[in-house]
Design a protein around this ligand. Structure first.
Ligand code: FES
Length: 106
């Protein structure tokens, strides 16, 4: 393996969510999760405009407090100034099957 001087190998960052996830929208640390039955999707809460953290709004959307972008609960862009959806994240079950492991961007 060839590495640039001082570069470290990237280790995947992960976020674990414990316990049963309620139906609908949940935010947990850097992640927004949407559960619909057995299906769970996760997106980053980092706004693609300038990086603020989106928050759940009363209408089950995700709202950016900085410049007003809005996303549906699955992270799809509804209103800018952001130009793209929230970043989708890979979700898997943890080893004991009771929690979820979400891979975060490095
Ligand atoms: S940082 Fe989110 S809209 Fe600007």
């Amino acid at each position: 393996m060839v590495r640039a001087h001082g570069a470290r190998p990237r280790t995947p960052r992960r976020h674990t969510v414990r316990g049963p996830l309620p139906e609908g929208l949940t935010v947990d640390g850097p992640v927004a999760l949407w559960r619909d039955g057995d299906t769970v999707t996760a997106v980053s809460r980092r706004c693609p405009h300038l990086g603020c953290t989106v928050r759940p709004a009363a209408d089950e959307t995700l709202a950016c407090p900085c410049h007003g972008s809005r996303f549906d609960p699955r992270g799809r862009l509804k209103r800018g100034p952001a130009g793209t959806d929230l970043a989708p994240l890979r979700v898997s079950r943890d080893s004991d099957g009771n929690g979820l492991v979400i891979d975060l961007p490095s």
